[in-house]
Write a protein that binds this ligand. Structure first.
Ligand code: NAP
Ligand code: F7E
Length: 359
């Protein structure tokens, strides 16, 4: 039985990946942080009862307290498990928050990656343990080429992107220096019903559901023109695994090859709740109006603008399609929005009216 260690197991991708690996017959070990409040919702509350039981009652699923910034802790855990595969998904993953917490983002996203690679090296596991690093399309930032592929030069635009660039290169460096199977998945945005509530897609699907059910008045957003290549997280975790099963250690772009604006995401999300949006005005005065009632339900708030923005991201998935046999369009953009809205419409049914929306 193969053993995998997943850091960031309580996150969106970690929860899907744990399920995927258990289904494949792996013994799965997850790293969880100590928190003053409960932080295992994605391993429990966000799953159907059947999924939660399958995960939590699975004797092949083990959780370990830890933090990737704590090198001793990470080294001890890896020495006890001696995993065949490590998926390093742990990160301070919010781009806008990285401007508020650049130092912390650096510690987790850059040094945390080094701690894992170095533990594998110190423990003489370089031949046994394959390491997957969660790299990101944010490395491309101010894009130097459209679409972006494995050879496109990087130009990060946030402390998050800059920290992740260290993670990318140190992974490649350990591969080249110590002959390790250490690889980067350069994943473009991927979303789901388990996406954190302050990322734009989930913020929109939750707000649209609440507005449709009379539990929120308005949705405030930042840059509506921003373009992203959005895929479905459940499809993307399969690719993480495929990258580690490949015969050669190589880096791969994972994307759908299609991009949409935030504005389009808003339109599709409201459409699935039965509300049709009409746009009026420009720039910070742009407003989304409910066509049937005439009410303003979407407004721009400059508070959500970033000091430096990534205006557009579009990935070229040719390499992963050809070498890994992965299907980038298994879930279409419209299906993704529908999945997320349907899940949030159900969730919101049991909610009180929202009093405060901080984000
Ligand atoms: P997420 O939902 O924000 O999850 C991040 C995970 O990392 C959570 O489990 C979090 O734990 C954990 N974590 C944070 N700091 C940690 C630390 N110091 N030590 C240990 N664990 C820590 O992120 P995601 O969307 O699943 O993304 C997974 C990975 O892929 C991240 O590295 C992200 O940067 C990268 N990525 C994501 C996307 C995307 O579109 N989703 C695209 C490209 C790359 P808590 O639950 O305790 O906070
Ligand atoms: O923003 C714009 C915002 O926060 C997407 C992370 O998973 O993907 C994610 O990073 C776009 C940006 O994701 C709001 O300015 C407008 O242009 O959902 P997001 P992100 O920054 O692309 C990459 C690949 C990662 O690696 C990251 O870990 O939407 N936008 N209005 C807004 N964004 C947010 N969050 N909130 C708004 O109100």
């Amino acid at each position: 039985m193969k053993k995998a260690l997943v850091t960031g197991v309580t996150g969106q991708d970690g929860s899907y990946l744990a399920e995927f690996l258990l289904d494949k017959g792996y013994e799965v070990h997850g790293l969880i942080r100590r928190s003053s409040s409960y932080n295992q919702e994605r391993l429990e509350d966000l799953l159907t009862e059947e999924e939660a039981n399958a995960l939590l009652n699975n004797s092949n699923f083990h959780l370990h307290y830890g933090d990737v910034t704590d090198a001793l802790n990470v080294t001890r855990i890896i020495s006890e498990i001696k995993p065949d595969e490590i998926y390093n998904l742990a990160a301070q993953s919010h781009v806008r928050v990285s401007f508020d917490m650049p130092g912390y983002t650096l510690d987790v996203d850059a040094k945390g990656t080094l701690n894992i690679l170095e533990a594998v090296r110190i423990l003489s596991l370089t031949e046994k343990t394959r390491v997957y690093q969660a790299s990101t399309s944010e490395l491309y930032g101010k894009v130097q080429e459209v679409p972006q592929k494995e050879t496109t030069p990087f130009y990060p635009r946030s402390p998050y992107g800059v920290a992740k660039i260290y993670g990318f290169w140190i992974t490649k460096n350990y591969r080249e220096s110590y002959n390790m199977f250490a690889v980067n998945g350069i994943l473009f945005n991927h979303e789901s019903e388990r996406r954190g509530e302050t990322f734009v897609t989930r913020k929109i699907t939750l707000a649209a559901s609440r507005i449709a059910q009379g539990k929120q008045e308005k949705l405030f957003l930042g840059n509506l023109n921003s373009l992203r290549d959005w895929g479905y997280a459940k499809d993307y975790v399969e690719c993480m695994w495929l990258i580690l099963q490949h015969d050669k250690p190589e880096d791969f772009v994972i994307a759908t090859g299609e991009m949409h604006t935030v504005r389009e995401f808003v339109e599709f999300a409201f459409k699935h709740t039965g509300i049709h949006i009409e746009w009026q005005g420009d720039g910070i005065d742009e407003k989304g109006i409910n066509k049937e009632t005439g009410e303003v339900i979407v407004e721009v708030d400059p508070k959500f603008f970033r000091p430096a923005e990534v205006e557009q991201l579009l990935g070229d998935p040719t390499k992963s399609k050809t070498l890994l046999g992965w299907n980038p369009t298994k879930t279409s953009f419209e299906q993704l929005v529908q999945i997320m809205v349907e899940a949030d419409m159900r969730k919101v049914e049991n909610e009180e009216k929202v009093k405060v929306m901080f984000d």
